[in-house]
Design a protein around this ligand. Structure first.
Ligand SMILES: [Mg+2]
Length: 236
């Protein structure tokens, strides 16, 4: 199987015991290929590999889908990388236009081919939406505070689909996992999916009744383990 998982609140969430159990199953080579699919930039993913038991992913999709790398060489995966790059107007252009949006605060995090902001109830979201459209980009609002501006039609799910297609990975053997609204595109792929415990209510609502999506009780890694059993994806 291929496990394509969000990091914060998902693969990195749950109890230490659940994390160790999940990471051990992956490290023991039970035929599980791993893809990290994160809103983080690469610079804040790399330190994770110093943590005990942390499995090495075969691929890293980060920047909310705007970056795709080989997990070993950290080289961009072509031609997907170029396709994303072509659709990005550039940070200068994006931040230049959005600087006038009332109540929009830039996130001071490493980022490529996307611009991330904080928003709140004082933010002029209509103005933000209008300007993002002018840039021919996409806007993803999640967790009630994060606003990501992304290249047109690029998101976690679309980039994963391009990867799975390129690697000829069988659709029925893919499990996606996430916990907030920027993971919705992963669940919209039609692959099997698990919304882990303690997820953003909006994500639970949006995926309610979706045939291939399992809502786990356990949080983080515990929810992924629960779903692997539910879908009979691993032998115990
Ligand atoms: Mg998350």
């Amino acid at each position: 199987m291929l496990l394509a998982t969000d990091l914060d609140g998902t693969f990195l969430g749950g109890t230490p015991v659940q994390k160790e159990q999940l990471y051990r199953i992956i490290n023991n080579g039970k035929g599980i290929q791993l893809v990290f699919v994160s809103g983080r930039g690469l610079a804040t993913i790399l330190p994770l590999f110093n943590e005990p038991f942390m499995p090495k992913p075969e691929f890293i999709i980060c920047d909310v889908g705007a970056t795709i790398l080989n997990g070993n060489t950290l080289q961009p995966i072509e031609p997907i990388h170029s396709l994303i790059e072509e659709r990005w107007p550039g940070e200068e252009m994006v931040s230049g236009l959005l600087t006038s949006v009332k109540g929009l605060v830039p996130q001071n995090v490493p980022q490529q081919r996307r611009c991330s902001y904080f928003f709140n109830e004082h933010t002029d979201v209509d103005d933000l939406k209008y300007k993002v459209e002018q840039l021919n980009c996409d806007l993803v609002l999640s967790a009630g505070k994060f606003a990501d501006v992304l290249p047109k039609d690029i998101n976690k799910g679309y980039t994963l689909q391009m990867l799975a297609k390129q690697c000829h990975f069988p659709m029925e053997e893919i499990l996606v996992a996430g916990d907030t609204f920027n993971d919705l595109s992963l669940f919209a792929t039609g692959y099997k999916g698990v919304v882990v415990g303690n997820a953003e209510p909006g994500l639970l609502e949006a995926t309610a009744g979706w045939h291939a999506i399992y809502h786990a009780k356990e949080e983080g890694a515990g929810g992924i383990l629960e779903a692997m059993r539910y879908f009979s994806l691993v032998e115990e």
